[in-house]
Design a protein around this ligand. Structure first.
Ligand code: AMP
Ligand code: MN
Ligand code: MN
Ligand code: MN
Length: 284
C-alpha cells in the first residue's frame, strides 16, 4: 500500500545550511533534474538558505521554493522535530526565533563537548564548527569529526555509542518545549507539521498523547508519507489525521546523495480522501 513514487513536491530536505551535504544551487539543480517543481527547504532550526537563495537570485525559473524549517523541541523528555512550512522568514519574530536557536545550539555544543571529553575523546570545536559552516553545528558534524580524526570507526557507530538517544552527546534539555516550537511557527504565519512520528518509537497510546499535545498547541499537519514507516503505524497515523481533521504531509528527509536510500522527492504516494499539506501551501 505504501508505494514510493517521484513527487513534484518535496516538503522535507536539508542543505549545507544545516546537516545536508549540498550547496543550495546543487540542491536546486537536483530538484529540477528530478522533476521536483515545488520545494520546501527544511534545514534544522533556520531558514537562512531560503533568504540566501532569494537575496542571491539562486532559485531556478522551474522551481517554486517555499520558506520552511525543521525546529528541534522536547516533549516528555523526547527530542521531537516540528517542520514549519510557509513562515514569513524575514519577519522580526522569526529572526528572533532563529537567533534563539543559534544560541541554544552554541550552548549545547559546549555541553556536548564537555561530556565527550569526559569520555576521553579529543575534540576540536573549531573543526566541528567548520564542518557545520555555513549552518549550525549538530550531532552529524560531531560524528564527522569523530570519524575523520580516527576516534570512531564510522558514522553509525558514532550515533549508536556516543550521539544517539540517551548517549553522552545527546543533549536535549537546551531545546524549547514542543508547544513553543509550534507557537513560533504559527506566529510567523506558517503551518506546523509533526515531523517523522515513526522515528520516535512511541507506543500507540503515547502517539495519541503526542498528537493531542501537538494539536492543542496549534499544530495542523502530520508527516505520514515518510520512508521507513511500518505499515501498521502508517495506517494508525492516516486514521488519526482523518478523524482529527489534520493535514497530511511527508517527504524524503533528503540530506545527501551519498545516502542512497533517500532521493529528492521520492517517498510514499499520497493517499486519497484526506487534506494534504500541499493544498495548504499552494494557497499561501
Ligand atoms: P541534532 O540536530 O544535532 O540533534 O542532530 C540530529 C540529526 O542527526 C538528524 O536530523 C539526523 O540527520 C541525524 N541523526 C539522528 N540520529 C541519527 C542516527 N541514529 N544515525 C545517523 N544520523 C542520525
Ligand atoms: Mn538532519
Ligand atoms: Mn528530523
Ligand atoms: Mn529532517
Amino acid at each position: 500500500m505504501q508505494v514510493n513514487i517521484q513527487h513534484s513536491w518535496e516538503l522535507h530536505c536539508h542543505s549545507e545550511f544545516s546537516d545536508g551535504a549540498l550547496a543550495l544551487s546543487e540542491l536546486f539543480h537536483l530538484a529540477v533534474q528530478s522533476g521536483v517543481t515545488s520545494l520546501a527547504l527544511t534545514d534544522h532550526d533556520n531558514a537562512e538558505g531560503y533568504r540566501h537563495a532569494v537575496a542571491n537570485k539562486l532559485i531556478p525559473e522551474a522551481l517554486n521554493l517555499y520558506p520552511a524549517a525543521e525546529l528541534s523541541s522536547v516533549w516528555n523528555g523526547r527530542n521531537i522535530h516540528v517542520v514549519g512550512l510557509g513562515m514569513a522568514v524575514e519577519s522580526q519574530h522569526w529572526l528572533d526565533v532563529e537567533a534563539s536557536y543559534r544560541e541554544r545550539r552554541r550552548e549545547r555544543l559546549e555541553r556536548q563537548v564537555a561530556r565527550l571529553k569526559r569520555e576521553r575523546f579529543q575534540i576540536e570545536v573549531e573543526q566541528i564548527e567548520a564542518r557545520a559552516s555555513p549552518g549550525l553545528p549538530g550531532r552529524p558534524h560531531i560524528a564527522e569529526w569523530l570519524v575523520s580524526s580516527g576516534q570512531v570507526k564510522d558514522r553509525p557507530t558514532a550515533f549508536k555509542r556516543w550521539l544517539g538517544r540517551g548517549k553522552a552527546g545527546d543533549v536535549k534539555s537546551t531545546w524549547p518545549e514542543l508547544q513553543e516550537a509550534v507557537a513560533d511557527i504559527t506566529a510567523a504565519g506558517g503551518m506546523a507539521v509533526l515531523a517523522h512520528p515513526h522515528r520516535y518509537k512511541l507506543t500507540r497510546a503515547k502517539t495519541m498523547e503526542l498528537l493531542d499535545a501537538f494539536q492543542a498547541a496549534g499544530g495542523l499537519g502530520v508527516e505520514v508519507c515518510c520512508l521507513g514507516m511500518h505499515p501498521n503505524y502508517y495506517r494508525l497515523l492516516l486514521q488519526e489525521v482523518r478523524t482529527r481533521d489534520l493535514y497530511l504531509g511527508g517527504g524524503s528527509d533528503f540530506h545527501s546523495p551519498a545516502m542512497q536510500w533517500t532521493r529528492l522527492g521520492v517517498f510514499p504516494a499520497w493517499p486519497q480522501n484526506v487534506k494534504l499539506v500541499t493544498d495548504w501551501l499552494a494557497g499561501c
